[in-house]
Design a protein. Structure first.
Lengths: 393, 378
């Protein structure tokens, strides 16, 4: 079954399964003082050290969480509350309009319930935020900015943001910046120390680790107000009993993903280029969304609009042909919505509804790509007929 | 999976690619399961018909909530078929809700379920399904399709008379019928619930939905008031005497007795009923029950169910949803259906459908335009 939806989740790596299962049958709460507790704590702390090494961070900068959504919420809400608490004038949140919903909806919530003034930074037609745009937004009133949040790489169209440059601008003004690197990790170099960021989100299951665990990397000076209160684990920022087996699996996956990142990127980038060429050959009027240049885009990402099609109809036809992919955008009650990312990039709403994402990963092979390039032409033809049928009276 | 002898009504054409419309209720879930068991290649689809779905159902009312969508999804998973949600909210608003409001505004009493079958389930949905390569749409309606040796099809009442839904399917023409699958028509509702239980479908005990799905609180008058506003008008007696006032003529239905807000009783002490609604001058006419007696009617836009158009003659007619069947003589004159009732019937309002039957066979459906009421003419 050609699986072209690794950006949704990717199979667990054998190394991660081995590391995780080694601890599943062992008792121990990492907060306990006895031998079992010490054993569990050792697993957690070794995992933290390993993660720190993989991510270019110090162990103390790693706050383990329940996943990417929690990390994003903790960063956005926690830093907002902390900054506004210290200075009530700091209510501006500068945010890219192409963020994942875990950031976007958290920011919306702050605007609706916590008096945040949200400003969306402009993006170019590739979905990229330019450092000058951030500078201009900050300079309108630097003293009112609570935080900046711009993702490292986009989950739909794969556009990589100039995170270091953006973080440098924010740092000039002493403003904390958060980046969601859930999609970036394992595909492009991600080093927390070199990024200049205050906070960075990563998660396990997108890199071959387990579900339900992620991390928020936080510089030591950053003290977000917690979302979860309780036992005071994780620097008092994230209470909750630590999941030692998941931490071990996550750390193992991160180590493999980072170690093999470069060869992986070359391999997947090559396959992705074949995929793009094949799709465009089969459907000449398909539009590749995002940055066409390899350097500006995640190597495993391809994202197209298919004029005249509804993305969900195309998805169904490909599913029936055994090919698993995604529209890449969020659903509301199961109803696909036109992608906010594409709309922010200036794509026509009808064209935005016709989009599909194909994403590769560590199990991808050439046969997956040829299965798609064989199937896409007839599927698009059929979906176009259906698109016409649904406007006919 | 358990075998249910004789359960599915399968067409003679063998394995089909079937799109099962799944509301999240028990009927459509079992219908989809039966279609799978009949050997078809089935894909489940939940229709999102509301632009702003509620999170949960309130009681037995309404549908199309997020909970219903999840129930349908879970049922599809249990049955083992792919499942998608299709957004037909815009078409539904245009073709069903706007039409519903416009019909009331014109003083008529529409049947939105019938309209939905005609314009959404067996039109917009069916067209899209066919274009995507499906052969048929399957629903949980209680009605039977009978395949004739010559390849044509007939629509018949379901064996469960209490649940029969052939009235709201009478608008289907031969082509729509050729692409329809109603696997529940030969079974009673009780048996369907038991079967759902046996199949491990969690919706087995879910209450039936009633009323109009897009009016979640069941308050049709309030819904119409929101869409049409309020406009004070007169309530008149048959001789034109003003008896009271109302907030908008559209809020009334012919045959309605309650909620008339008339201060004084009738001279003869008998209850009064809504006899006529005139949206043009915003008046509602009330009078004695005899004024409701209809002996004949004219209906427009006839649609013949199956291949045979109506042959003038003797039929039975159903004049509203869940209404009784009455013997009639019917004829087509200038493209309109003329129906004469053997004995007068009450509670018949323009806008409703008249569905003609020949035994259990549905002959066709038309929209009632005018009624003949001797007591009013007298």
């Amino acid at each position: 079954m050609p699986y072209l939806d690794h950006a949704a989740t990717t199979p667990m790596l054998p190394e991660a399964i081995a590391a995780m299962t080694a601890h599943l049958g062992v008792v121990g709460n990492a907060s306990s003082l006895h031998a079992a507790g010490r054993r569990a704590r050792r697993v957690v702390e070794e995992s933290r050290e390993s993660l720190a090494e993989s991510l270019g961070a110090r162990p103390s900068e790693i706050v383990l969480t329940g996943g990417g959504t929690e990390s994003d919420n903790l960063a956005v809400k926690g830093l907002y509350w902390a900054r506004r608490g210290a200075d009530p004038a700091r209510t501006r949140v500068l945010c890219s309009p192409v963020e994942h919903h875990a950031v976007l909806d958290a920011v919306h919530w702050l605007a609706e319930h916590e008096g945040a003034d949200v400003e969306y930074l402009p993006v170019d037609p590739l979905g990229r935020v330019h450092p000058e745009a951030l500078r201009a937004a900050i300079e309108r009133d630097p003293s009112s900015v609570a935080l900046v949040t711009v993702m490292w790489a986009n989950n739909e169209v794969g556009t990589v943001q100039p995170v270091r440059e953006l973080a440098a601008v924010a740092a000039e003004f002493g403003i904390p910046m958060h980046a969601d690197a859930v999609q970036a990790l394992g595909q492009v170099p991600v080093s927390f120390a070199e990024s200049g960021l205050t906070a960075l989100t990563v998660t396990g299951h997108k890199i071959g680790g387990p579900f339900g665990i992620g991390a928020l990397l936080l510089t030591r000076g950053a003290t977000p107000v917690p979302l979860l209160h309780g036992g005071g684990q994780e620097r008092d920022v994230r209470s909750g009993t630590l999941d030692a087996p998941a931490a071990a699996g996550f750390a193992a996956a991160a180590a493999v993903a980072v170690e093999h990142r470069e060869e992986h990127a070359v391999l997947l980038g090559g396959l992705r280029d074949e995929l793009v060429a094949g799709v465009l050959a089969a459907v000449p009027d398909a539009v590749l969304n995002g940055d066409p240049a390899a350097g500006g885009r995640l190597p495993a990402n391809a994202h197209f609009s298919f004029p005249g099609c509804e993305g969900d109809a195309l998805l169904m036809l490909l599913d029936a042909a055994g090919i698993e992919c995604s529209t890449g955008s969020a659903c509301s009650a199961g109803v696909p919505q036109p992608s906010h990312v594409l709309l922010a990039m200036g794509v026509d709403p009808l064209l935005a509804r016709s989009a599909l994402r194909f994403s590769l990963g560590h199990t991808s092979v050439r046969e997956d790509v040829t299965a798609l390039t064989d199937a896409i032409g007839p599927a698009v033809q059929r979906a176009r007929n259906a698109g016409l049928a649904s406007v006919r009276r | 999976m358990t075998d249910f002898p004789g359960a599915p009504t399968t067409p003679s054409t063998g394995r089909l690619r079937v799109l099962a419309a799944m509301s999240g209720g028990v009927d459509s879930a079992v219908a989809a399961a039966r279609a799978v068991e009949a050997g078809h290649e089935v894909t489940g689809v939940h229709l999102a018909l509301s632009a702003n779905p509620q999170s949960f159902r309130t009681g037995a009312r309404g549908c199309c909530t997020i909970e219903d969508s999840r129930d349908a999804w879970r049922a599809a998973d249990v049955i083992g078929i792919p499942f998608y949600v299709w957004d037909l909210a815009e078409r539904f608003r245009e073709d069903v809700i706007d039409d519903f409001v416009a019909e009331y505004a014109a003083g008529r009493t529409p049947n939105p379920c019938l309209r939905c079958n005609e314009k959404i389930k067996f039109a917009a949905l069916l067209d899209k399904a066919i274009a995507l390569g499906f052969d048929a749409v399957c629903t949980g309606h209680y009605a039977r399709i009978v395949d004739l040796p010559d390849g044509s099809r007939e629509l018949h009442r379901a064996v469960d008379g209490a649940k029969d839904q052939s009235y709201v399917l009478g608008v289907l023409d031969a082509d729509q019928l050729a692409h329809s699958l109603f696997p529940l028509g030969d079974t009673t509702k009780d048996a369907i619930r038991a079967e759902a239980e046996q199949r491990g479908l969690a919706v087995a005990k879910k209450p039936d939905s009633h009323d109009i799905c897009f009016i979640a609180d069941g308050d049709t008058q309030g819904f119409l008031a929101r869409h049409l506003g309020t406009a004070t008008g007169d309530i008149l007696d048959v001789d034109g005497t003003k008896l009271g006032e109302h907030d908008g003529a559209y809020g009334f239905t012919i045959g309605q007795r309650k909620g008339l807000r008339i201060g004084r009783p009738a001279a003869d002490g008998k209850p009064r009923y809504v006899l006529d609604i005139s949206p043009v001058n915003n008046t509602v006419t009330v009078g004695p029950v005899e004024g409701l007696d209809v002996v004949g009617l004219t209906a427009i836009r006839p649609r013949w169910c199956g291949t045979e158009p109506l042959v003038d003659g003797r039929y039975t007619a159903q004049l509203r949803a869940h209404g009784e069947e009455v013997p009639v003589t019917a004829a087509v004159v200038d493209g309109e259906l003329r129906v004469r009732l053997d004995t007068p019937a009450r509670g018949i309002a323009p806008g409703q459908a008249v569905v003609l039957y020949d035994g259990t066979r549905v002959v066709g459906s038309a929209t009632i335009a005018t009624t003949e009421r001797p007591a009013l003419q007298a």
